[in-house]
Design a protein around this ligand. Structure first.
Ligand SMILES: NC(=O)C1=CN([C@@H]2O[C@H](COP(=O)(O)OP(=O)(O)OC[C@H]3O[C@@H](n4cnc5c(N)ncnc54)[C@H](O)[C@@H]3O)[C@@H](O)[C@H]2O)C=CC1
Ligand SMILES: C[N+](C)(C)CC(=O)CC(=O)[O-]
Length: 524
């Protein structure tokens, strides 16, 4: 994926500024740099950079598990001493400072003094109306709210809200921009305090505070009721689809018929608000300390991130909800990844196909290792399979080509394990094309450690097939031509060491030869 995000309006984003680097600012920084954008941060806290680093480390760890696709080269991160230095070269400016209208307005005034006049300014506010935020701006048309969710680097949804003075077209620009970051932008059609999600969250938060304050339950039991129950449902279906199913065959109508009358029963205390005072803080924070105080925040973040990654991957396997967003994001990464691995901007034209081609590049994720404390053998095949996929895309055998009915199937594989690799270590694959003719394609991948050591080799015979008939057939003209071109370019390369090897036990091979020469009824 290119680090330059082309948006629908004539604005190309390659540098973003983040004003405020706390919980949400750090989350934005992580998502932006993981997607290859350069980010300039301003936060007046003297230790802002040191406080942000563990969040960036956790994000890096989560992304390594989120997708096996090669991600763009991480964007540059610069901490700036002033708003001026942060925004002057940025095309996209994200404000994530504390939730106070006057503070936010004073920051926009300073941003407008130094930013390009066409730079977009975006607030992360949880609930202040964009019309109020833009009220004192010189160029209010360029401000919108893009309300994210914690952790910003993993949760796809972002609520987009325009103010009364926002220019037409900015929402579309923002939709394109956030989609390119692997997010799911949702346009909230009319501005309202707290938008949509925080209205819902506020309801459950207020009710929860009442339930603890009234001694009905504890923070721990309440959390268990959520996470062992309806919380599991909400990762995959929302309020209305869930309750439609709860209405049985008759669906939503029956559900409303059955539970509609409860609306007038005392099933909520939402009409009332618990008094916010020291006693409430002690009660809630004390129980929370008892429940979770034995773990640090960073450790809790990692547990949360691992679970969010696993949930999104499960949804991807079911082609549902947030999993569809992850699949689309990965497709973009895969399409661009191999080209970027070969250096430069990622343009296919920059790849030197006369040499073994750098097809993938990654670090070994924590869950790829086994009881021997090194990469599990199944993952070697994954590395080689991904390298084959990357090469297929290079010759034009991509999603579009497959949709037209052609693809390659692997018919035979031989893997040699030569050296160990451990968690978090960098690896890359180099691919040599041994043959590409008619229906057949033979590839030889070398899996290398980042320091150059050869860790394993994979030799693979692939057959081109029709996805309709599942029978072998010759590839389409463009794919065949590109494959032939690369084969010709690599024709003078020496054959790689280990090519054509079988599992090399001399005595077994001798038996194979003998059996072939003297077939009996039993073994023919
Ligand atoms: N924490 C959350 O769960 C969510 C928060 N938000 C919104 O994001 C915004 C930021 O919230 P958090 O990150 O949670 O707060 P935070 O308190 O973690 O971070 C705020 C950061 O802004 C910095 N800051 C203060 N004055 C500044 C100034 N004049 N210029 C630049 N930086 C300044 C602070 O040093 C701090 O690092 C708020 O508008 C909040 O409503 C949105 C979604 C979720
Ligand atoms: C509590 N909060 C209002 C800041 C929450 C949000 O705005 C979104 C989230 O991440 O829950």
């Amino acid at each position: 994926m290119s680090s330059v995000v082309e948006t629908k309006t004539p604005i190309a984003v390659n540098t973003a500024a983040c004003i405020g680097g706390g919980v949400i600012g750090a989350g934005w920084v992580a998502r932006l740099i993981e997607n290859g954008l350069s980010v300039r941060v301003y936060d007046p806290m003297p230790d802002a950079a040191a406080r942000m680093q563990p969040v960036l480390d956790n994000a890096d760890r989560a992304y390594a598990k989120l997708t096996m696709a090669q991600r763009p080269k991480k964007g540059e991160l610069v901490f700036c001493a002033s708003i001026e230095a942060a925004v002057s070269s940025a095309q996209w400016i994200i404000e994530s400072v504390p939730e106070r209208l006057a503070l936010k307005q004073s920051i926009y005034a300073e941003i407008e003094e130094h930013a390009a006049v066409d730079a977009i300014i975006v607030s992360s506010t949880s609930g202040i109306m964009p019309s109020d935020l833009q009220a004192q701006m010189q160029h209010p048309g360029r401000l919108i709210v893009a309300h994210p969710f914690n952790p910003v680097y993993l949760l796809p949804v972002v609520e987009l809200v325009a103010g009364k003075l926002t220019d037409a077209g900015i929402i579309d620009t923002a939709r394109t921009f956030y989609s390119s970051l692997g997010m799911k932008p949702i346009h909230v059609k009319r501005e309202i305090e707290a938008f949509v999600a925080d209205r819902l969250l506020e309801a459950i938060w207020r009710e929860s505070l009442w339930l603890i304050k009234d001694g009905i339950t504890t923070t721990e039991d309440l959390d268990d009721i959520v996470r062992f129950g309806f919380g599991l449902r909400y990762a995959q279906m929302g309020v209305f689809e869930t309750y439609r199913i709860a209405g049985g065959e008759a669906g939503m109508r029956h559900f409303l018929e059955q539970f509609g009358p409860c609306l007038t029963w005392p099933w909520t205390k939402l009409m009332d608000v618990p008094e916010y005072n020291e006693e409430l803080v002690e009660l809630i924070a004390g129980q929370s300390d008892q429940q979770s105080g034995h773990r640090g925040i960073r450790e809790l973040e990692r547990i949360r991130d691992d679970n969010l990654v696993a949930i999104q991957q499960a949804l991807k396997a079911n082609n549902w909800g947030a999993g569809v967003i992850l699949a689309d994001y990965e497709k973009k990464l895969f399409d661009a990844g191999a080209a970027v691995a070969n250096g430069g901007t990622g343009a296919e034209s920059e790849i030197d196909y006369s040499q073994p081609i750098r097809t993938t590049e990654r670090r070994i994720p924590p869950d790829w290792t086994d009881y021997n404390n090194h990469m599990n053998e199944a993952r070697y095949l994954q590395c080689f399979g991904d390298a084959t996929d990357a090469f297929m895309r290079m010759i034009g055998c991509d999603a579009e080509y497959m949709a037209s009915g052609g693809s390659f199937f692997t018919a035979e594989t031989h893997i040699r394990h030569l050296d160990e690799v451990r968690v978090n270590e960098p690896v890359y694959t180099l691919t040599q094309v041994l043959m590409g003719e008619g229906k057949k394609m033979q590839l030889f991948h070398g899996l290398h450690h980042g320091d150059g050591r050869l860790l394993a080799t994979g030799e693979h015979m692939l057959i081109h097939v029709s996805l309709e008939t599942r029978a072998a057939c010759v590839p389409g003209a463009a794919v065949a031509q590109e494959l032939a071109r690369i084969v010709a370019l690599q024709a003078s390369l020496p054959l790689p060491e280990g090519v054509g090897r079988a599992v090399g036990q001399v005595r077994v091979q001798a038996r194979v030869v003998e059996q072939t020469q003297n077939p009996t009824e039993d073994n023919s």
